[in-house]
Write a protein that binds this ligand. Structure first.
Ligand SMILES: C[S@@+](CC[C@H](N)C(=O)[O-])C[C@H]1O[C@@H](n2cnc3c(N)ncnc32)[C@H](O)[C@@H]1O
Length: 259
């Protein structure tokens, strides 16, 4: 376990994603934990802090790396990432272009699913964001599947024959013609936008540029509190993140009027 990341779990609200380093300690508000005590343990076992509080040592999941990423921007949330992945149709071996990298949360998920022989080409105009994204990707052990590009994707996509183009950026409609050229036939475009105005412009551009099977959804996730006699939805929820639009590249698009 030395050199690996673990999730130290106290309860659902108090978890810590840390790198285990022999001879060192990790300090929490419940006392410190000696990494040497963790190294000898299996995932799922517990460790006592200096004040006698018990933490469970968990193997981090993809969602832990996403939610604990050092943030420079708003990130794409796991509920939206799940749909983006399924609409894009990507999997091991897929070649994917993405923009903007931002914090790299969505990039982390894309890299997770295209490995071991796929690649994510991630475009970002702000160089300083790429530095943070690189750190987040390295921590998740996924940097080798990603090429970070300090470029404006509205100026064009360098790659061709792509399986998918994934967008979470201010002006996705400007990327649509470039995406059509970069995608292989039947390749997918998935775009996430917080506003309806962006979504309408993107859908119009998709219709005008040879894409079919265009669909827009919003995913609302409501947590439940479960306890006999008191089970009900949680009072508070994230009311809005964004709209997800997906489409496929057709070689000979048939207009809806013709169909
Ligand atoms: C909301 S953030 C993306 C967050 C990212 N999906 C994540 O999960 O961490 C949007 C990013 O798009 C970048 N961006 C905006 N326009 C762009 C463009 N034309 N080309 C590349 N990146 C762009 C911004 O700098 C910003 O970092």
């Amino acid at each position: 376990m030395d050199g690996d990341h673990v999730l130290l779990y106290l309860d659902q609200r108090r978890t810590f994603l840390v790198k285990v380093e022999a001879g060192k300690t990790f300090h929490t508000h419940k006392g410190f934990i000696k990494f040497d005590d963790i190294i000898r343990k299996e995932y799922g076992s517990t460790v006592l802090s200096s004040t006698g509080v018990r933490f469970t040592v968990l193997r981090p999941l993809l969602r832990d790396y996403i939610m604990k990423a050092v943030r420079r921007t708003q990130i794409t949330y796991p509920k939206d990432i799940a749909l983006i992945i399924i609409f894009s149709g990507i999997g091991p071996g897929s070649q994917v272009a993405e923009a903007g990298t931002g914090t790299g949360a969505l990039t982390t998920a894309l890299a997770h699913f295209v490995r071991p022989n796929g690649r994510v080409y991630s475009y970002e105009v702000r160089g300083e964001f790429l530095e943070t994204a690189e750190k987040n990707l390295k921590r998740a052990g996924l940097m080798e599947y990603v090429e970070l590009k300090n470029k404006d994707i509205t100026a064009g996509i360098d790659e061709t024959g792509l399986d998918a183009v994934i967008l979470d950026m201010a002006t996705p409609w400007l990327v649509v013609p470039h995406a059509y050229k970069a995608l292989k036939p039947c390749g997918t475009l998935v775009s996430f936008s917080p506003t309806i105005d962006q979504t309408v412009k993107t859908v119009e551009a998709l219709k005008e540029n040879g894409f079919i099977d265009i669909e827009t959804v919003e995913c609302l996730m409501r947590g439940m509190q479960i306890e006999r006699g008191k089970t009900r939805p949680q009072t508070l929820m994230t009311a809005h993140t964004g709209y997800i639009t997906s489409a496929r590249k057709a070689l000979e698009p048939v207009s809806e009027k013709e169909a």
